[in-house]
Design a protein around this ligand. Structure first.
Ligand SMILES: Cc1cc2nc3c(=O)[nH]c(=O)nc-3n(C[C@H](O)[C@H](O)[C@H](O)COP(=O)(O)O)c2cc1C
Length: 383
């Protein structure tokens, strides 16, 4: 853990501390917090500790290779950056910086529907097109427009998020006035972070939801954007809508937010190419099981039909190896990339991703494994 300002940031927790020092409190809590009592959020991390690796020796591990394939793309390690709304508030034009760091590290970056930088701005900054994330919006015409924009910009993988029929209750956001109100408290928090205020708050403008510009009456009114987004979550969505979506989207379709064998099978039946076992980082249904504990159930149900990714609580290279050994094709990483970006910008995120990749390589070597596809449950201790 970072003990003083002269220590070098290495771990996700180091960057979390840096982010806390840099961001106004309402923004730090927006990233750091979860739904309800934050039980599921805590379990996501804690349950990784219960998975134990087997150490194997004397196996010639001179050729360790962390690369693999995710959604048809060669990647340097089995990891992609998860979609994070408002990531452009973590650093100046934050999604662009993060996409550059991800590209440098050889992993996909996912543009969120509710990102700050529009997908055109992000894709123009990197050679490989980003993945795109979308929710089902009430305005199906807008869904079609966004899909067409993503395809025209070269996005080949769509993460379609299905665990947001209604917005989860995130108490920290209410307490901080993140959902509107408390202008004085927010102004005070901003004044306490002058560096962020100048670098991001002033120089990082515009702070629109860049993908939704045309849909909102007054793009300069942040609260009207928020109201629009909240009104657009559609509680009527069913698997029939995914079949409709399948007909529209030519690329890989990955359903994000599946936490049971039944839903994973339904996703396969609706024509998806993959699923992400995800509880939205513990930000939606508080009390639901951790993602790593549900991963084996989903792998057993659809692992032979679909690509299976997982997210929630992945904080280091060892967690990535554990998820892959449990049957995941790869993981998404959420909060840690926002912390690294907020704490030290593009360079910090690049450094953090290189530590994660190195940790994957070292972990594989000490388990006696050279290739990602050699990882399986035989390399885990059974309960
Ligand atoms: C600040 C924040 C914003 C998020 N925004 C989105 C989003 O716009 N779309 C989405 O599908 N998931 C969103 N998520 C969920 C992440 O994509 C991912 O599922 C989750 O962060 C994984 O858990 P982790 O943070 O423990 O790695 C968000 C998560 C956080 C922390």
């Amino acid at each position: 853990m970072l003990k003083s300002r002269s220590h070098v940031a290495v771990t996700a927790e180091d960057y979390r501390i840096l982010a806390q020092r840099r961001l106004p409190r309402f923004l730090f809590d927006y990233v750091d917090g979860g739904a309800g009592n934050e039980e599921s959020m805590a379990d996501n991390e804690a349950d990784f500790l219960r998975v134990r690796l087997r150490q194997r020796v004397m196996r010639d591990v001179s050729g360790v290779d962390t690369s693999t394939e995710l959604c048809g793309r060669r990647v340097a390690m089995p990891l992609a950056l998860a979609p994070l709304g408002l990531a452009g508030m973590m650093a100046r034009r934050g999604e662009v910086q993060a996409a550059r760091a991800a590209t440098g590290a050889g992993v996909p970056f996912t543009v969120s529907t509710v990102g700050i930088c529009p997908l055109e701005e992000v894709n123009a900054a990197v050679p490989d097109a980003c993945w795109f994330q979308l929710y089902m919006l009430r305005d199906r015409g807008l869904v079609e427009t966004l899909l067409a924009r993503a395809a025209a910009n070269g996005c080949d993988t769509l993460l379609f998020t299905v665990d947001l029929a209604v917005a989860g209750m995130r108490h920290r956001d209410t307490q901080n006035g993140m959902l509107g109100g408390a202008p004085l408290a927010k102004a005070m928090q901003l004044l306490l972070r002058p560096r962020w205020l100048f670098d991001v708050g002033i120089m990082g403008k515009p702070h629109h939801f860049g993908n939704l510009l045309e849909a909102v009456a007054d793009p300069n009114d942040f609260d009207s954007f928020k109201r629009f987004v909240d009104d657009q979550f559609d509680p009527t969505v069913t698997w029939k809508d995914i079949e409709w979506l399948r007909g529209l989207w030519p690329g890989k379709l990955v359903i994000k937010g599946v936490m049971s064998a039944e839903d994973a099978q339904a996703a396969a039946d609706a024509g998806a190419d993959g699923v992400v076992v995800s509880n939205h980082g513990g930000r939606q249904l508080d009390g639901v099981a951790s993602c790593v504990s549900k991963l084996p159930e989903v792998v057993a149900a659809v692992g032979d039909r679909l690509e299976v990714l997982m997210d929630g609580g992945v904080r280091c290279g060892t967690d990535v190896v554990k998820a892959v050994a449990l049957g995941a094709d790869g993981v998404l990483m959420g909060r840690p990339w926002a912390w690294a970006l907020a704490g030290r910008g593009e360079r910090g995120l690049a450094q953090y991703l290189s530590v994660v990749q190195h940790e994957i390589a070292v972990t594989m070597a000490l388990m006696g494994v050279n290739r990602i596809d050699e990882l399986n449950t035989d390399l885990l201790e059974s309960d």
